[in-house]
Design a protein around this ligand. Structure first.
Ligand code: NAI
Length: 529
């Protein structure tokens, strides 16, 4: 009981429980309460020197007492979320091997590829409903972290519990350890992962196929979230498996819904309809092109045909403005490519068309960054944008803070305070919105599970985005509800997502099971039984 984080209550075991379970002597005589335990952990957190050590402390707490960990998180979400998840989780992944203590979740490594079904057969996993899986190749904007990428599934699932009330026994973080191409990690004597260059191509595909087949057989209705896979794999796995497994990719679809929902909230503020926006997207990888495709759908829903919708978006990537005559464009960028003949009236120097040239000529009303390029939204770019529009909407979404396209305080300064700013990570700047997927994925997951959905449709993500955009703000000038309201946000989104699952014909639960009160009743709260 004391050693299992799901049953441990520490000093809060009552006298009767200590009698019944034979715990006398193993615990100090004082019988505590959850509140006193929270106060004790808060004092430790206050006394620590930096956030990385707070992160490590919280990971150990989670591995020793789940109720206490989640009660602590729940009691102060604005302070704890950045410690449990982004931005601190970035360093948590980079230094994962250094702070390795106890197993959590599953490491499915390539050398164990014939044992996947046996590993999943563990009866301790009987209750699993939600899996978050990564192969650690594109961790936030920090690149390949190999086995250290496990920090991401662990963190995301902590948020599933915190925001959507999924019971800790029902979540399973998984790291597919297919090696790492990060030489610094491989050469680190403390590295806990498989010391091998990444497996790629047919071997990789076969390994993931075996994994999906084993998951499907072991956990038929499970919701699986693909997380922080590198660009092409992210797309391929989503497309290959979304019809076979209740699954989605949070980097592509969750980010898209979060950004779209926040943009819908922004244009409510500016009063300028979506169909009038000129949108420049910087970084058209997994997150960026996912955002673009969802905005296309939102523009179509707002009345444009597809061609006209695509005309509202300009994508800029590594080679500059994405044009249809650039050779070997990845398919998701080809879908966004502009016709070079459109550039006839543009003022620019010959050669690559960078972000500044694009902004000067397009005069965007919306600028979204998903490039992982720190400082890419420099002063000339932002001043050029502000010169062409009254209330520029600027979302530097890249995480962690070290990869953000701009500091929000600079964006406000360069636009004379006129910009509506949303960032991926929290910067603590008043009036700036945190455009984080945590606003979307817990509600999408909860709604999909409540509906017994057989697939997560694009329509369900659009329902989530529209709901997010309609929830109102924190009353501090930002665009979304406060972090303290995340549980209520998840519930509202879950209800909308479940209703959309019914409309899309993928729900298996009767409609009366999908009312808000019925879904709310399924949400676990961290209290001792
Ligand atoms: P990705 O690697 O698929 O995409 C990055 C894109 O940026 C690629 O297309 C790349 O070619 C492009 N790029 C790189 N250098 C560039 C440059 N100098 N100029 C223009 N484009 C350039 O990665 P992904 O998954 O799209 O993530 C990108 C960033 O977005 C990361 O920092 C990630 O943390 C962040 N993100 C933020 C989320 C949020 O909730 N705020 C959610 C998901 C991702």
């Amino acid at each position: 009981m004391l050693a299992d984080p799901l049953t441990n209550k520490g000093t809060a075991f009552t006298a009767a429980e200590r009698d019944a379970l034979g715990l006398h002597g193993l615990l100090p005589p004082h019988v505590g309460t959850l509140d006193s335990q929270i106060a004790r952990r808060r004092r430790v957190l206050d006394g620590m020197a930096d956030d990385f050590h707070r992160y490590a402390f919280l990971r150990e707490l989670q591995d020793s007492n789940e109720v206490l960990f989640h009660a602590l998180v729940q009691a102060d979400l604005p302070r704890l979320l950045p410690l449990v998840y982004t931005p601190t989780v970035g360093e948590g992944c980079e230094r994962f091997s250094e702070i390795w203590r106890r197993p959590r979740g599953l490491f499915l490594s390539y050398p164990n590829r014939t044992r996947i079904a046996d590993i999943l057969a563990d009866p301790a996993l009987d209750r699993v409903k939600v899996i978050v899986v990564s192969d650690g190749e594109r961790i936030l904007g920090l690149g390949d972290q190999g086995a250290g990428g496990m920090g991401i599934p662990i963190g995301k699932l902590a948020l599933y519990t915190a925001c959507a009330g999924i019971h800790p026994a029902e979540v399973l973080p998984i790291l597919l350890d297919v090696g790492t191409d990060n030489a610094a990690r491989r050469d680190d004597p403390l590295y806990v992962g498989w010391r091998n260059p990444r497996i790629r191509g047919a071997e990789y595909d076969a390994f993931v196929e075996d994994f999906v087949a084993a998951v499907h057989a072991r956990f038929p209705g499970v919701l699986l979230q693909w997380e922080d896979f590198a660009g092409k794999n992210a797309y391929d796995l989503l497309e290959r498996y979304r019809g076979r497994l209740l699954s989605f990719n949070d980097d592509i679809q969750g980010t898209a819904a979060t950004a779209t929902g926040t943009l819908l909230a922004a244009i409510r503020r500016t009063g300028q309809p979506l169909t009038d926006q000129r949108i420049v997207l910087f970084g058209a990888g997994a997150a960026g092109s996912g955002i673009a495709e969802m905005l296309v759908r939102a523009l179509i829903a707002a009345g444009l045909d597809e061609a006209a919708a695509r005309q509202r978006i300009w994508a800029v990537d590594r080679d500059g403005l994405v044009l249809s005559d650039i050779p070997r464009l990845p398919p998701q960028q080809a879908a966004l490519a502009r016709d070079p003949t459109e550039l006839a009236g543009w003022t620019m120097a010959p050669g690559r068309i960078g972000l500044l040239e694009t902004v000067v000529n397009v005069r965007p009303t919306v600028l979204i960054g998903a490039s992982g390029q720190m400082g890419a939204f420099g002063e000339p770019v932002i001043r050029a944008m502000a010169a062409g529009c009254e209330r520029p909407v600027i979302f530097p979404l890249s995480n962690p803070i070290s990869r953000a396209e701009a500091h929000p305080a600079d964006l406000l300064a360069w636009t004379g305070g006129r910009a509506l700013v949303g960032t991926g990570s929290p910067f603590g700047v008043a009036g700036v919105t945190q455009v984080n997927n945590v606003y979307i994925f817990p509600g999408v997951g909860l709604g999909a599970l409540a509906a017994g959905a057989t697939a997560v449709t694009d329509g369900m993500f659009m329902a989530a985005a529209e709901t997010l955009g309609s929830l109102g703000d924190a009353g501090d000038g930002s665009l979304l509800p406060p972090i303290t309201a995340l549980r209520a946000v998840a519930l509202r989104i879950a209800v909308a997502v479940a209703a959309q699952a019914v409309r899309d014909g993928v729900a298996t639960m009767p409609a009366d099971a999908l009312a808000a009160e019925r879904i709310a009743a399924q949400m676990w709260l961290p209290v001792y039984d």
